[in-house]
Design a protein around this ligand. Structure first.
Ligand code: HEC
Length: 93
């Protein structure tokens, strides 16, 4: 009984760690490649007339496209893809 209580506490602690974890760009890349290349490829992120001029705008755009694609992503998935796009293409501070 004691042992299982400790296990529950331990897994709760791990779940909390998961929630506060920084965005995972690697996971974001996989999500992008699997779900986001139906309408455009990554060349849209390096075009000279990009419509994205801040990290906030990038995140909003990811959510906008995600909604249009009916993917039902969590905030974490939005953060992961935003992080990957920013690190790879946009490089906003
Ligand atoms: C239903 C089609 C469609 C899908 C699927 C889609 N996009 Fe888009 N996305 C567009 C269109 C169209 C544009 C260009 C809008 C424009 O030129 O004004 C765009 C532009 C963008 C831009 C801005 C590019 C720039 O710098 O100007 C980002 C960022 C983006 N999409 C992210 C994503 C992500 C992330 C996904 C996957 C969740 C995704 N898109 C899936 C249609 C789509």
């Amino acid at each position: 009984m004691k042992k299982s209580a400790a296990l529950i506490i331990l897994s709760a602690a791990f779940m909390l760690c998961g929630l506060t974890q920084a965005a995972d760009a690697k996971r974001g890349e996989a999500l992008y490649q699997a779900n986001c290349t139906r309408c455009h490829d990554t060349s849209v992120h390096t075009r000279p007339n990009s419509i994205i001029h801040s990290l906030d705008a990038l995140k909003k755009r990811v959510r906008f496209c995600e909604t249009n694609a009916r993917l039902k992503w969590s905030d974490e998935q939005i953060e992961d893809v935003t992080a990957w796009l920013n690190q790879t293409f946009y490089k906003f501070k």
